[in-house]
Ligand binder design. Structure first.
Ligand code: ADP
Length: 500
């Protein structure tokens, strides 16, 4: 295939903005396709039609009537609705009441089956649509079975004879590990479990993530730093031996931010719009946030924000260890997040003890998120690991200065301020350690006192380009690379897999 030729790409994801979101995966799946389309490629998205996605609100149209999808020895019915992202990215939504008519997105005992069904329906719908993709771009464990299928179940299917796969790892910690029954449901029981001499834990489990890594034509994760990190036992989540085997086809591409949506000059949810030329208008947002959060209204006191899933990954252990010391300082703190009940308790206590100084919203609220980006002076991310991290990018776009642990995508995007040279766009610390976190915050507070220098820091963040334009081009390169790699032979027997 010549490089100039536009590609046809099917992007598969379990969550996609604006339809369903729990984290950064949805942001990427909702914004990368717009940027790829802008480069002239025919990219389309598929996702499940969860019960919470209202067909009327999103003006979903019927794309395909119900058709049978093989699941183990029986058939399940899938129908397809069609919506759109932005102006022109088609989104196919797989419907099945039994699997998706539920309140949430994940965390059901039959999640493996639900996502196998989604993937199988997505492949089976293509022929019916008469649209054959050059690339199927899979994201995280929910869609990792697809590269596996194309090298086994569908390997002789002429429809997919020229289709290559790309597998993007957003979070290696969620691998989708299940038992043998899943192979039966997926119709690949005869190929058996995978085996790797350095991964004893893999025997007799089905690890979807591992299968995506093993079978995809190319693999990437969401920052260059993280692509290196996951080759090590510290960050490899026990899959580092397999990742090291595949390092010749493993790449790092930084996520972008949808600057059309994330724009303080046009944001509908914030009290006062502003841009880099009129940063003085930003203060109205700080006062509004203080009011909404029942914090003392004071434009001078530094206000630190966090928006996050409340999970161990995000470094709340070290934050918890030091939060009382932080709140002894002259600052305010606002946090929004949901997740681990242990952290719900921890932050509820903080809100109680430091009422007026600390505010905690144990909820998921996209509007409030925008107000926090626009109203805080600093944005804290002490992550244990962070494949890319989007919050620091959005925070910078909104003039909230990031304080981060130098790991993964945080290390690639936030450069520690050097007060001598004035270089840097935030504050970062290396060790996963409470006092390292504490001193980074103290340094930020010190610098906050120097208004001119602080203003420059904000401007640097706001004018940096973390849009999709550069990264979308890198994904297109990756698609071509996948097409080139497709012909390369995989030795299935090395992994205990039997070629039929
Ligand atoms: P992850 O995917 O690990 O959760 P990212 O930084 O990649 O982390 O993406 C998180 C995304 O989810 C961001 O867009 C962030 O604003 C959003 N988010 C996280 N928690 C909340 C919440 N409680 N309310 C609103 N948005 C949230």
């Amino acid at each position: 295939m010549k490089e100039q030729q536009p590609l046809k790409i099917l992007l598969l994801a379990a969550e996609v903005v604006p339809f369903a979101k729990t984290g950064g995966l949805a942001d990427v799946a909702g914004s990368l396709p717009k940027a790829i389309r802008a480069l002239g490629h025919d990219i389309r998205v598929a996702m499940p039609r969860y019960g919470r996605i209202d067909p009327v609100r999103f003006d979903l149209k019927k794309a395909l009537p119900a058709f049978p999808v093989p699941m183990n020895k029986h058939m399940e019915e899938a129908a397809v609705l069609q919506g759109v992202i932005g102006q022109d990215v088609p989104v196919y939504m797989i419907e099945n009441a039994k699997y998706y008519d539920r309140d949430g997105i994940y965390m059901y005992p039959d999640d493996a089956e639900r996502f196998v069904f989604f993937c199988r329906s997505s492949l089976e719908m293509l022929n019916r649509l008469g649209w054959c993709p050059d690339i199927i771009h899979c994201h995280d464990w929910h869609t990792a079975i697809v590269p596996n299928w194309l090298k086994t179940l569908y390997k002789d299917d002429p429809f997919f004879a020229h289709t290559a796969t790309v597998y993007t790892i957003h979070n290696l910690a969620y691998q989708g590990i299940f038992g043998h029954r899943v192979l039966e449901i997926a119709g690949i029981a005869e190929y058996g479990f995978m085996y790797h001499p350095e991964m004893a834990d893999m025997i007799e489990v089905v690890d979807f993530m591992a299968r995506g890594i093993f079978f995809a034509d190319v693999i990437n994760t969401v920052s260059e730093r993280h692509a290196q990190e996951i080759l090590t036992p510290e960050f490899g989540e026990k899959l580092d031996p397999l990742l090291r085997d595949r390092r010749d086809r493993l790449f790092g591409i930084l996520n972008g931010v949808d600057y059309e949506v994330m724009n303080p000059a046009t944001d509908k949810y914030i009290a006062q719009n502003y841009d880099v030329e009129h940063l003085e208008n930003r203060v109205a947002n700080k006062l509004a946030l203080q009011r909404e959060a029942n914090l003392k209204e004071d434009e001078a006191i530094p206000l630190i924000g966090i928006i996050s899933r409340l999970s161990d990954q995000k470094g709340f252990d070290i934050l918890g260890d030091v939060i009382d010391h932080l709140l002894d300082l002259d600052l305010q703190f606002v946090l929004m997040g949901t997740g681990d009940p242990h952290y719900h308790e921890m932050f509820s206590r903080v809100a109680q003890v430091y009422a007026g100084k600390a505010a905690v919203f144990l909820t998921f609220n996209a509007e409030l998120a925008q107000k926090i980006y626009a109203g805080t002076d600093m944005f804290l991310m002490p992550s244990r690991f962070e494949p890319c991290g989007l919050n620091q990018l959005v925070a910078m776009r909104y003039g909230s200065v990031p304080i981060v642990r130098a790991v993964g995508g945080l290390a690639d995007t936030v450069k520690d301020l050097n007060p001598q040279t004035g270089e840097g766009n935030g504050f970062s610390f290396e060790p996963h350690d409470r006092w390292a976190l504490f001193s980074a915050v103290v340094r930020a507070l010190e610098n906050y006192k120097y208004k001119e220098a602080w203003h420059k820091l904000q401007v640097r963040g706001m004018t940096a380009d973390f849009s999709w334009s550069a990264s979308a081009k890198k994904y297109v390169d990756l698609y071509y690379r996948a097409l080139a790699a497709r012909g390369k032979e995989i030795k299935l027997e090395d992994y205990g897999l039997v070629e039929e």
